[in-house]
Design a protein around this ligand. Structure first.
Ligand code: NOJ
Length: 709
């Protein structure tokens, strides 16, 4: 439909019809197949009204959505099609590694391919919009939703968010296999206090703008079509009713023109926050703030019409929101083709297809992080290997936000090892309990793999922890096995960095496998046996203990920095009982073989505004197997009008090196990369000295200095 016709359509709609476009209900309102059930009690909806609402949450499947769309377009007085939205965060039927793992690939192009595959599967199932990417920066692994984030770094999160948006949307959301993407949760949900889900956030203006808003801004710049509000408060205002956040920052500053949707019942929840008196007040505030769609709360449904009739809200406010929803429907091509790509044949062809299984495996090859290896890895098939721990046979490897994943087909670690290494002498004890027979077998083994951590039920929304240490039974299991055989390989599963200091010290190898998705355990098995060289790098620092949280490599220097001495130094900024730095920092990860970096070289040591510096290194694979190396660029502003982080990631270049191969990797440094918010919140760079590091991880000391004039 031509855009100008949308305006005519809008002008022809009644107030009730307009409000309905802003109401999103879940499937419980529609019953199954073509049988419609009565409306949910709390919503007091007239029979038939659910069918006239503008969008549906969480329903899926080509046959189901085609039937539902037919009923909804027939019921809507102007035959406006409904939007079908759902959480397809890291896969639809095929689950890919969870986002915290995708962050660890340090490879945005991979995240783009994964998102495109998820979009193809979901579009065939009749979906139009995915609630992804989740671009919330996070420094606190008590928060169960770390799993959905790509990690602790603004630069990396921004690259991942824009890559995912491109992957879902492509160049044109109307095209086959594409979805409209919804970035969430706006804003700074990852900063919930003490890592407790749904809690408030307390952030300085600088932290909000310089760290937390960066990834959403990148998604907006990449053309994301929707933004979801966050449950938390910012500046003591719930995000969902924050005019400053949704209008001043999102629309005016970031230039976002798409649809804003609340999180699930978040408009109604402003009553619990104590900032809205009742549903009517909540509806008024959310409309004024610029929240277009009310997801699963009765506020808009019951009150927006009256607020307009009584002159409390201008009708133009409603029109503006409805027009944005109609525009999205039009851009998806739904007026011509209401079911878009819904197709049972395509579902058959695409869901869990071989290509997507292969991509799930390939992705996990790059998301698995080797943290320690004293030479025990890779294992060989001639060895006697014992595998212990319940997670070795746990199908909960897909992560909780591939909600529709076909978990019956998830490959466990045991399945992968048995299938790929049939000649290996493997025995499995898939339990966290210690048994005499396990210990007897472990004592005789060449190596014991311990599968520890969390399955998908332990991470995700609302799964906050006060302690991120492993459960006692897993620690006891490790200690008992280690006492009879020190040759242990510990594999950590989970959606957050867990604290494993005792184990990390004793185990001969430590692997962060995250939740690797439907077929990711194949990749893990191949890494354990050396068919694949690990190349993942931590997207979040792995702390020593809960007490270090929140933690980030990009910390600020204090007035009393701890001197570079071992142990506690009184009257400096440090702990008596643990170091300041994490056990393994952001960007860290090992490979097999040897990778050698030359000193970093700058082509000039003076940068002018409008000019550039080329920072180069050579990187050589001195090992005997191919290597993927995520070369990282960090910069520090040594003196500025406000404190600056001790280093900040500014670039990544993931290169593949054949054995013996050398490559030159060059990063271009330009003045805009050095900007920050000064005391008056102006985004500026300041002349002076900078240090640049190019190396393997955030600990690299391969540095050179330059001056910005
Ligand atoms: C609540 C979650 O916070 C959000 O991420 C999700 O998209 C919605 N529910 C819809 O399922």
């Amino acid at each position: 439909m031509e855009d100008r016709k949308l305006r005519e359509l809008l002008d022809d709609m009644t107030l009730e019809e307009k409000v309905d476009q802003l109401v999103q209900l879940n499937g419980s309102f529609f019953g199954k197949a073509d049988v419609l059930t009565g409306p949910d009690a709390k919503f007091h909806m007239k029979e038939g009204r659910p069918l006239r609402t503008g969008s549906v949450l969480g329903e899926h499947g080509a046959a189901r959505l085609k039937a539902l769309q037919e009923k909804m377009t027939a019921a809507q007085p102007h035959h406006i099609p409904a939007l079908f939205m759902a959480d397809v965060i890291h896969g639809y039927k095929t689950a890919f590694p969870v986002p915290i793992a995708l962050g660890s690939s340090f490879n945005p192009a991979l995240a783009e391919r994964v998102s495109a595959a998820a979009a193809r599967e979901a579009a065939a199932a009749g979906l139009h919009v995915t609630f992804s990417p989740m671009a919330d920066l996070v420094h606190d692994s008590r928060w169960g939703r770390c799993m959905e984030s790509t990690g602790e770094d603004p630069w990396l999160n921004a690259r991942m968010a824009e890559a995912m948006v491109r992957g879902f949307q492509g160049d044109d959301i109307a095209l086959k296999g594409r979805l409209a993407s919804c970035v969430k949760h706006f804003a700074a949900y990852g900063a919930v206090q003490a890592g407790r889900d749904y809690n408030v956030t307390e952030l300085s203006e600088h932290t909000l703008f310089e760290d937390y808003l960066v990834s959403y801004r990148a998604a907006v710049k990449a053309g994301v079509r929707l933004v979801m509000t966050a449950f938390n408060t910012i500046d003591r205002r719930p995000c969902t009713t924050s005019r400053r956040l949704l209008r001043d920052i999102l629309r005016d500053d970031m230039g976002f023109e798409g649809v804003v949707i609340s999180d699930y019942s978040a408009i109604e929840e402003t009553i619990s926050h104590g900032t809205s008196l009742d549903h009517r007040d909540a509806a008024r505030q959310a409309m004024e703030a610029g929240c277009d769609i009310d997801m699963m709360s009765p506020c808009y449904l019951h009150h927006v019409e009256d607020l307009i009739r009584e002159g409390v809200l201008p009708e133009s406010l409603l029109d503006e929101a409805v027009l944005r929803v109609l525009q999205l429907k039009n851009d998806l091509g739904l007026f011509e083709n209401p079911c878009k790509d819904a197709s049972e044949e395509d579902e058959q062809a695409l869901h869990f297809c071989e290509a997507h299984q292969a991509l799930s495996r390939e992705a996990a090859e790059e998301t698995t992080v080797l943290l320690k290896n004293e030479g025990i890895l890779p294992l060989s098939e001639g060895q006697k290997i014992v595998v212990a721990g319940s997670l070795a046979e746990d199908p909960g490897m897909t992560g909780s936000w591939a909600v529709f994943a076909d978990t019956s087909r998830t490959v466990t670690l045991r399945m992968a090892l048995e299938e790929l290494y049939p000649d290996a002498d493997l025995s499995f004890f898939a339990s966290d309990d210690i048994s005499d027979v396990l210990l007897a077998e472990a004592a005789k083994a060449d190596a014991v793999i311990l599968a520890l951590g969390e399955n998908q039920k332990k991470t995700g929304e609302s799964m906050s922890l006060s302690m991120i240490e492993l459960p006692d039974n897993q620690k006891r299991l490790f200690d008992a096995v280690h006492a009879v055989n020190p040759h242990t390989v510990t594999v950590l599963f989970g959606g957050r960095p867990l604290a494993v200091p005792g184990i990390a010290e004793k185990t001969e190898a430590l692997v962060e496998a995250w939740l690797p998705g439907s077929c990711g355990c194949y990749a893990l098995a191949d890494i354990l046996f050396g068919r694949v060289n690990p190349s993942g790098r931590l997207s979040m620092s792995l702390p020593w203990c809960t007490g270090q949280l929140p933690i980030s490599y990009a910390a600020f220097q204090t007035g009393r920095p701890k001197p570079a001495a071992n142990g506690f130094v009184p009257f400096t900024s440090n702990y008596m009982d643990v170091p300041n730095t994490p056990l393994y920092p952001f960007g860290y990860g090992l490979s097999y073989g040897r990778c050698v970096y030359s000193p970093v070289e700058l082509d000039t040591d003076t940068l002018t505004k409008g000019g550039s510096i080329r920072a180069s290194i050579t990187v050589t694979n001195e090992g005997s197997i191919p290597l993927r190396e995520a070369v990282q660029l960090y910069i520090r502003d040594l003196h500025a009008s406000v404190v600056r982080p001790v280093r900040q990631l500014k670039g990544v270049n993931k290169v593949t090196l054949a054995p013996g191969e050398t490559q030159v990797v060059t990063f271009v440094i330009e003045e805009p990369m050095l900007r920050f918010y000064d005391a008056d919140m102006h985004f500026v760079s300041e002349p002076g000295r900078f240090t640049v590091w190019v190396g393997h991880d955030s600990l690299t000391d391969n540095s050179a200095d330059f001056t910005l004039e």
